[in-house]
Design a binder for this molecule. Structure first.
Ligand SMILES: Cc1ncc(C[n+]2csc(CCOP(=O)(O)OP(=O)(O)O)c2C)c(N)n1
Ligand SMILES: [Mg+2]
Length: 277
């Protein structure tokens, strides 16, 4: 599907099916991150099942690993595995599609889910790329609750110290984490200033669920020399259905029959609007 806006809604439908079938899932963060992953995988990165052994291909780390359902949907759409297998087995005993990313699956570079580790590992990969004189880029996506982890800031320091302009990190700035509003749990509303004071080029994306705005940010990041780029993507947790949007209790939740009907209807309408808008 060439229309990435519509694709992001179709992938959300896959996520809902996974979560309902598997009776588990971090639904809110899956919904907020979908355009970020779609734009990175379908427009920015040089990566496919065919080129995984190419030392020059781009690399991606899903640091907010609890949003694995969104990650599975995107990887399946890229051809790494069959979405039917994911939906049928997600989170079930014996399934390879477990509740956090694991690197035994094709396309997945790093086990994640313990928050705060994706950026430091991405820094290592980007530094290795510089040392080996490779042209690949490294992308990673963190949650806005996740950036309270101390290891994130060690990675931030190292990335600017080593001038890693081949590294592009994203914060899925949905303003909610597991227990509520990020500003109540660990305030960081000056997120842009913090990252720029750590020596990063910072791009604030006003609507982080807008493919066009994300594209402009990632395209601009590629032109920046001597600094890593942080894309702060201002998203909506639960994006796609008003019953989930901006609601902390949808961080991890399985919709009941009534909620499911509403979510499916809303997603289908938004997909239709994206197709014809
Ligand atoms: C080190 C660590 N501490 C705690 C958790 C439990 N946990 C899972 S998701 C989550 C909230 C994350 O919030 P955020 O980063 O904002 O993610 P999003 O809103 O995108 O779902 C927490 C605390 C974890 N996975 N890892
Ligand atoms: Mg969050």
């Amino acid at each position: 599907m060439e229309n990435l806006k519509a694709l992001a809604y179709e992938l959300r439908e896959n996520v809902i099916d996974m979560i309902v079938e598997g009776k588990a899932g971090h639904i809110g963060g899956d919904m907020s991150v979908m355009e970020i992953l779609t734009e990175i995988y379908f427009d920015q990165m040089n990566i496919s099942p065919e080129n995984m052994d190419d030392p020059d291909r781009d690399k991606f780390i899903m640091s907010k690993g609890h949003s694995v359902e969104a990650y599975y949907a995107v990887l399946a759409a890229k051809g790494f595995f069959d979405i039917k297998d994911v939906i049928a087995t997600f989170s079930k005993f014996g399934s390879q599609f477990i509740g956090h990313p694991n690197n035994k699956l094709p396309g997945i570079e790093m086990n994640s889910g313990s928050l705060g580790h994706g950026l430091p590992v991405s820094v290592g990969m980007a530094l290795a790329g510089k040392m080996d004189k490779k042209d690949y880029r490294v992308y990673t996506v963190m949650g806005d609750g996740e950036v309270a982890e101390g290891s994130v800031w060690e990675g931030a320091m190292a990335a600017s110290h080593y001038k890693l302009d081949n590294l592009c990190a994203v914060v899925d700035r949905n303003r909610l984490q597991i227990s509520g509003n990020t500003e109540d749990v660990m305030a960081h509303d000056d997120l842009c200033e913090r990252w720029s004071s750590f020596g990063w080029n910072v791009i604030n994306v006003a609507d982080g669920n807008d493919i066009d705005q994300l594209k402009a940010a990632f395209d601009a990041a590629k032109e920046v020399k001597g600094k890593p780029t942080m894309v702060i993507a201002n998203t909506v947790k639960g994006k796609g259905s008003s019953i989930m949007e901006n609601k902390a209790n949808w961080h991890h939740k399985v919709p009941n029959a009534e909620e499911l009907a509403q979510i499916k209807k809303d997603l289908a309408e938004r997909k239709e609007a994206a197709l014809h808008g």
